[in-house]
Design a protein around this ligand. Sequence first.
Ligand code: GDP
Ligand code: MG
Length: 275
Amino acid sequence: MNEQSDNNQSSRESIEDTVDKEDEESFHDLWERIKDTQLSKLDETVELLEDEKILLDDNRMEDVYTWKIVLIGEGAVGKTTLRRSFFGENFTGEYLQTIGADFATKEDTIGSKNKVKFVIWDLAGQPRFKNIRKVFYTGAQGAIFVCDLTNQDSFNNITQWISELWNNNNVGPIPFIVVGNKVDLREEGVLTISDKIINEFTIKTSQETLKRYGFGIKSIITSAKTGYNVNKAFRSLAIQLIAHERHLAKQPKQSERPRVSTKDAVLKIDSPLEK
Ligand code: GDP
Ligand code: MG
């Protein structure tokens, strides 16, 4: 996972001066260092306060955001279905494998004055799409990592997925949320990954990312089949993205980094998958 394409290497070199050494660390390394921290030593209230401040902050001018969001995670965990559910499209139960990537946009309002537009890229999760996938991370500002609660393996590779994202988006660490999907199957008695495992992961990493990068990491349990918590998942990511943008704005050095706009990112990509 540490290897990077030549292409990616050269674009990283061009922003070398403005990228902190700390940001070069892969997510995998970060997690290796903090995973043994005892939960009892962590103070969760920091994260909650940060979220609430953003939503209740009504004295600000209206903010308008456009974000490129990528959906990541193993094949068949429900990424495409989640995106479809967020767009109000019906659940079909069919599995139509995503080839390469797909994108769609949706607008929303967070709090009373934050207009947000999600440009959602749905990436194919199968290992054979790994090289193609890297191209689509360019300019991503946030991500939704999806796992299938009925498939423990789909959560186990989370650090590799986030490293792939952070190493290939050309801006370094960006917010992501962890979605445990297919919770409807839990009600049908299917064995599922416990919420505790996922929560421990997000609480520990949040503590570190809040300190370093100004955003926390949330997890949420969803059903793309029933629509349960689907909107909440996207809105939860939006809150962390707003927190991150405000954090960057307060840091002169970091805000001078070249930021790839969504428009540029879309135009730059020559789809290798013309039909
Ligand atoms: P992707 O490869 O991650 O994009 O996965 P898909 O969205 O294509 O979904 C894979 C399969 O899981 C399909 O058969 C979906 O109908 C099914 N699926 C997706 N989300 C859910 C869910 O929340 N509950 C249930 N029961 N099935 C789901
Ligand atoms: Mg798909």
